[in-house]
Design a protein around this ligand. Sequence first.
Ligand code: HEM
Length: 366
Amino acid sequence: LRQSDPIMNLQFPDGRHGWLIASYAEAVEALKDGRFSKDVTKAMGVEQTSVFSTNMLFSDPPDHKRLRGLVQKGFTPQRIADMRSHIQEIADGLLDAVSSKDTMNLIDEYAFKLPIIVISEILGVPAEDQDKFRLWSNSIIGASNQVMNEQVVQHMNEFIAYLKDWFAKVREQPGDDMISQLVIAENQGDRLSEHELYGVVTLMIIAGHETTVNLIGNGVLALLEHPEQRKLLQEQPELIHGAIEEMLRYNGPVEFSTSRWAAEDLEFHGVHMKKGDLVVIALNSANRDSKQFEDPDLFDITREKSQHLAFGKGIHLCLGAPLARLEGEIAINTLLRRFPHFELQGDVDELEWRPGMIVRGVKEIP
Ligand code: HEM
């Protein structure tokens, strides 16, 4: 596809058109091109009704800058670097809890728990409610490409009801956590609407763990499949930074970008697109483009800085990238140090991949 049809025309049963961008150079341009809107109301004239989509990821400037600005301070590289020793304690605590067992499920007991505890603490919601967050966010993410069934709607309503109660508590007694800051901004009226408050908080909870779990999971899988790379990293743990970048490139946790729409009739790389056409960027495909990466199907943790697109590009570049990188580094190096001889129970080919188009990761790693 990258060679024969890098900007592929998609025809939907309802007559709509879309474009799938599979090659690296075109993907970078599309991610940075302001003619592609993330705002469905502006591009399609369709009212945005879901609170789960009223946030920076689904907005254009100037709303995008305002919404991102409200939380950005909490995610600067320095703020995140300050969390290193605490994240290390969490990783060690999770591995202490399984150390007497012969078998663990790496996803449930480690890769999922680490990021959900961290994002819950940043936001100020109780980490004990992590299983509910997981259920709700799995349901919402899975639903984006399926027909919404009753259960998904029920999960969405439960999530909103939970936040409603939580916001009421925070309004009475704000702390120094991120939700308290957002609730204060909402009280000031012009900085954040109630809809946006729900949208930003749900995005942070969902994006804060649904992706990093798969950086850890896919990263460990890559090491299991490439024992010589695992040995290299075990002998030289300082290679972890390059290893994380290679894990993100080789099998990134976000397979496709979120939707964009042509905001006007336009021409992109010789292709005519009409206002309202859907545009999706195949991030993991771009990350295997041989025009950008030498020997792209090779997993090589010593690869030179690779400019992969796992965190996107342009104004929607992942806000949580410094946090995700740090969590990934600590999680993987701690696992290799504490359980140097871990093995997969079963065969890699037998692992079951999660459904849905956006998130790429396996359900379990025993
Ligand atoms: C946006 C990937 C972890 C918060 C994005 C985008 C990608 C991405 C590809 C842009 C999507 C697009 O343009 O359509 C990832 C990956 C992660 C990760 C691969 C883990 C390895 C996190 C974490 C947070 C987070 C831990 C926690 C706060 C966000 C937010 C946005 C975003 C808020 C929207 C930014 C904006 O629209 O300005 N992420 N993400 N992500 N991510 Fe992440």
